[in-house]
Design a protein around this ligand. Structure first.
Ligand code: SF4
Length: 393
């Protein structure tokens, strides 16, 4: 198949350029400026895959996604803290901490994604003793009376700690207000994904990625407005439909794929109909309720409405069934498993999910990447061959 040339339609170009500048802001200058414009306010970082940014907001602070450094940062010190056979994300996050880029953060939440992140939270405590560090142990038992009860208590404890860091205690009222802001943000991201399914030629995946990723640094309401503005322009764009293979991408939920890898997949002839990168911004399908005890509500929604992410312990067969349902919903023709090298959660889940979709007769292909992968020719050939096979089948 002749590779299509995918370029930004002119009206959205300024938004896309702004988002790309945010992606390249490795010194967190955007956060520094926010703090200068909001004297006395603080910023709290959070790592993939998901953290309760609503609590940070409710304490009057800026939630900042720390998503790694892609291929734009040379790792000098970060490698010394880890053995060679683990993924790249913790190395670049450590490098950002050790080179002073993350000094602007007043604390960091480390969610219970995997052992690597757990160990990173311990290192952070030792390396940056003056900063607030919290390991967020999310529940793995979906019963509200067990996992939910535990999580509601932990959310209360984290909220109290964040209130102490900021000097603004978290109240039920401030938390509900934060829910409303994040609900609107999640809806905007869900709508952006729905627009890509309906008209993938109007929402190239590299643009979608940049738009969502901008939420790592922008205040939540500003991020929501930016996505809505982009959608208005993209929907009205004159981009022409192209007949490409439609694929679902799975495995990128934590360490992020380089932007050029996403571009490469599309340039090889695949429309990406669904993915799991930056999944924190779509973690719940439903809104968080604005009535009742917000801690109980958040815990309940977490145990009932979290995605079938490899970091979640779910009953056998649930993840395969969830992927089959997504494939059907988005009209995908196949699955491209894209996992970071050495990512235990992704690579442990993959064989079981592959078996489930294979049984359903859904084609798949698999590749590995690292956030600093710089050579894409082999991936282009593999994804291009997969796209051709899908179109010819
Ligand atoms: S990429 Fe995988 S192994 Fe590495 S920190 Fe993330 S979840 Fe853990």
């Amino acid at each position: 198949m002749e590779a299509p040339v995918i370029t930004a339609p002119a009206p959205v170009a300024p938004i896309v350029e702004r988002c790309e500048a945010l992606l390249n802001d490795l010194t967190f200058e955007t956060v520094r400026q926010w703090k200068e414009n909001h004297p006395g306010k603080k910023a709290i970082g959070w790592l993939p895959v998901w953290a309760p940014r609503e609590l940070i907001l409710a304490a009057g602070m800026l939630p900042v996604g720390v998503m790694g450094a892609s291929d734009r940062l040379e790792i000098v010190k970060g490698d010394a803290y880890y053995q060679s056979y683990i993924c790249h994300l913790p190395r670049s996050v450590l490098e950002l901490g050790l080179n002073g880029s993350l000094d602007v953060l007043d604390g960091v939440l480390f969610p219970s994604t995997c052992d690597v992140i757990r160990n990173l939270s311990g290192m952070w405590r030792i390396l940056f003793p003056q900063k607030y560090v919290r390991y967020v142990d999310v529940p793995q038992n979906p019963a509200m009376s067990l996992g939910g009860r535990f999580f509601a208590e932990d959310l209360r404890a984290i909220a109290a700690e964040l209130g102490e860091v900021s000097g603004t205690p978290v109240t039920h009222e401030s938390l509900r207000a934060a829910f409303a802001v994040c609900n609107a943000n999640r809806r905007a991201v869900h709508d952006l994904y729905a627009l890509r399914v309906a008209k993938p030629w109007c929402v190239p995946s590299a643009e979608l990625y940049l738009l969502v990723r901008a939420g790592a640094l922008l205040p939540v309401e500003e991020h929501t407005a930016l996505i809505r503005e982009y959608m208005q322009l993209a929907e009205a764009s004159a981009a022409k439909p192209m007949d490409m293979a439609r694929v679902t991408v799975r495995g990128c939920f934590c360490e992020q794929p380089p932007l050029d890898l996403i571009r490469t997949i599309e340039r090889s002839g695949c429309w990406i109909m669904d993915d799991d990168w930056l999944i924190a911004w779509r973690w719940f399908k439903e809104d968080l309720p604005l009535e009742g005890d917000p801690f109980e509500n958040m815990a309940r929604v977490f145990v009932t409405d979290s995605p079938a992410c490899p970091t979640m312990h779910l009953a056998h067969g649930v993840k395969g069934a969830a992927l089959k349902a997504e494939i059907k919903n988005t009209g995908s023709e196949g699955v491209l498993f894209m996992a970071p090298s050495f990512c235990d959660p992704a690579l442990l889940d993959q064989p079981m999910i592959q078996a489930a979709i294979e049984k359903a007769g859904i084609p798949w292909s698999a590749l590995l990447y690292a956030e600093n992968t710089g050579q894409f020719q082999v991936i282009r050939e593999q994804a291009g061959t997969f796209a051709d096979a899908l179109k010819l089948s």
